[in-house]
Design a protein around this ligand. Structure first.
Ligand SMILES: [Mg+2]
Length: 362
């Protein structure tokens, strides 16, 4: 752990229009169209996410689909596929886990990483953020924006600064200048109501906020007053909390040309298996492998995962047998093949489990 006097290195990562990005990745014809992922207009559906083309029409998340369609009549509404988004989220978290154990997920597509103690990339959080972004683009096929700063609230603001597909860095010596000009509405915990109250006190920026005493802020805003006092001075010592540890490790490849049959898939396994073994060497001994699994996505974009206990340890033969089993479920050509390991956690004693959905599938 770094000493208390040393500035921390926090990265906030946030995928760009996550659900929509996954849909555009899987159906490139959608990429140039305004699209929204969400419920249908006729069923009082709501937009969960929309792409940037749709945002130009004023469409945004949480908007009724019917209203979105009035704003943008050509809007393509895609029903959500949460199983797929969760799979992608797990893949993204595996990338994060390669940089630090200190990962605090905020939702399926967003997380804080504390990389203060990470030695990779010469210890540069900026280089790590770039490496994470490049890996997610290459391995997952979607873009992610990142913010680097010495605290959580600034890292989160920074990730939004150059969206989409951007990186913004606030170094420790830039904090003061950055915060000074920051509109108070950007502060963590300041919603519309508080913002209006602050504007009535002639407070627009954090610079203005600094002119108000702690006493007066507490009078007006209660507990939030102290936070405002601290945040306006760039002070935010909230730690990155580890909610979850690595649940799995996996590698996968999307093929340029779909593979025609099970034999062709099996022929690709040795290369994947070698990659998996290399990655597995970096996993510390606080994890125990409980199962192995194989994921297959077919040319019609449906996918299946077969998993099993490991009676004979981690072997190529084990994956070959999973591969055959998976192929017979689809009996068609294959565009993506992935293999992985699930862990039981020696520290918490927990078996790996699925991540909770951010909201219910309706
Ligand atoms: Mg996002």
């Amino acid at each position: 752990m770094p000493e208390a006097s040393q500035p921390r290195k926090i990265i906030h990562c946030d995928c760009d229009c996550f659900y929509a990005a996954v849909e555009m990745r899987d159906n490139p014809a959608l990429a140039t169209q305004p699209i929204a992922v969400g419920g249908r207009a006729g069923r009082r559906g709501v937009v969960a996410t929309c792409n940037y083309a749709a945002r130009e029409y004023g469409v945004h998340s949480a908007m009724a689909t019917a209203r979105a369609l009035r704003l943008c009549p050509d809007l393509i509404v895609v029903p959500p596929d949460f199983t797929k988004y969760r799979e992608v989220a797990l893949q993204i978290r595996d990338v994060f886990s390669d940089f630090t154990e200190l990962v605090e997920p905020l939702s399926l597509d967003e997380a804080f990483l504390d990389v203060s103690a990470t030695k990779l990339c010469q210890g540069s959080a900026t280089l790590m953020a770039e490496a994470i972004r490049a890996r997610i683009k290459a391995e997952v096929g979607i873009t992610i924006s990142a913010g680097v700063a010495p605290s959580k609230f600034l890292a989160k603001i920074a990730s939004d600064w150059r969206k989409p597909d951007g990186l913004f860095v606030i170094t420790p010596d830039q904090v003061d200048g950055f915060v000074l000009a920051l509109p108070v509405g950007k502060l963590f915990g300041v919603g519309k109501v508080t913002e209006k109250k602050l504007h009535q006190l002639a407070v627009k920026t954090c610079g203005d906020l600094r002119n108000i005493s702690l006493l007066k802020l507490t009078e007006h805003f209660g507990v939030l007053g102290r936070r405002l006092f601290e945040l306006s001075r760039g002070i935010d010592n909230r730690p990155v909390r580890i909610d979850r540890r690595r649940k799995s490790l996996s590698v996968e490849t999307t093929f340029v040309d779909d593979l025609p049959d099970a034999a062709a898939c099996i022929a690709r396994l040795p290369a994947l298996f070698e990659q998996l073994q290399t990655r597995y060497q970096n996993v510390d001994d606080t994890y125990r492998v409980s199962r192995h699994y194989l994921k297959m996505r077919f040319s019609d974009f449906t996918s299946t995962t077969v998993e099993r206990d490991l009676p004979d340890g981690i072997t190529l033969e084990g994956y070959q047998s999973l591969c055959e089993q998976a192929w017979w479920r689809g009996e068609q050509s294959v565009r993506l093949l992935g293999i992985g390991l699930r862990f039981s956690d020696v520290i918490t004693g927990q078996e790996s489990h699925q991540y909770a959905l951010p909201f219910e599938v309706g």
